[in-house]
Design a protein around this ligand. Sequence first.
Ligand code: SF4
Length: 310
Amino acid sequence: MEPKEESSQNILGCPSETSLAGRASVCEGCPGQMLCQSQGLVDPDQEYIDIRMKPIKHKILVLSGKGGVGKSTVAALLSQTLARKHKVGVVDLDICGPSMSKLMGVESQEIINTQYGWKPLSSNHNGIKVMSVASMLQSKESSVIFRGPRKTGLIKRFLKDTFWGQLDYLICDTPPGTSDEHLTVVKILKSTNPDGAVIVTTPQQVALATIRKEINFCRKMRLPIIGLLENMSSFVCPCCEEVNEIFSSGGVEKLADEYGIAFLGTLPFDPRFTRCCEEGSNPVELFPDSPSIQKLANLISQIERRIDTP
Ligand code: SF4
């Protein structure tokens, strides 16, 4: 519905999060006005995206403030753990640095276009369905050089044109930060109520500083935060399987307290998982006794409790 001009007169600050984006009187003369106006329009694809997304019970975004905190590995581990009992899909929204095809062992598969839409890749990790731009590239060395609108278009196609079918969980692995990919996915999932975001971080100060921005982004976009997950603050000894601290722990929990959000727990780094990531094998099945896998089970129960699963 077109916004009424009278109400736009009352807007004082930048209304970028509202339907008046680019149309309020304060927008006159703003260099971003044309872009905001185009984003404020009703998206004709939304109806079709909703049709694809409605049969999926839970949609969870995995976010991180900065790169190198193990976000994609955590997204893969959460999916592999959930897939033991549920039907799971993973969409790799890291358009310029996709890694999910490798982690899920579907690198050799190609995306097939069927009469129902794109057929997602099928991982032998309990049948997880995967979509990633990596499977559209001519070679492993090919780079994706997309500007914002092309990234947005591809993300929309991943959700609209992929035949996901009925899933219990769709895990959205996002790139670090708060950019086009995040804005796009949050906006287009809004009408089908995503469960929220799991924010992954390591405990160093530099990582924690960026997490504050991520939390503010979620709040601004009204995306629920399921909780914070502390990754790689400790490691599992390859000889005795004891968990040893690498960094001082506790900073993430304190930050969660400060913002009044849930602290989901810590996930120790198990060096054996590195080989799994490189081979595309499933650490949840290969190392069920690893302390990291046991912690994952706790993390999943915490997440399930918070997103209200039966
Ligand atoms: S045009 Fe400028 S002021 Fe208006 S919503 Fe966009 S960024 Fe904000």
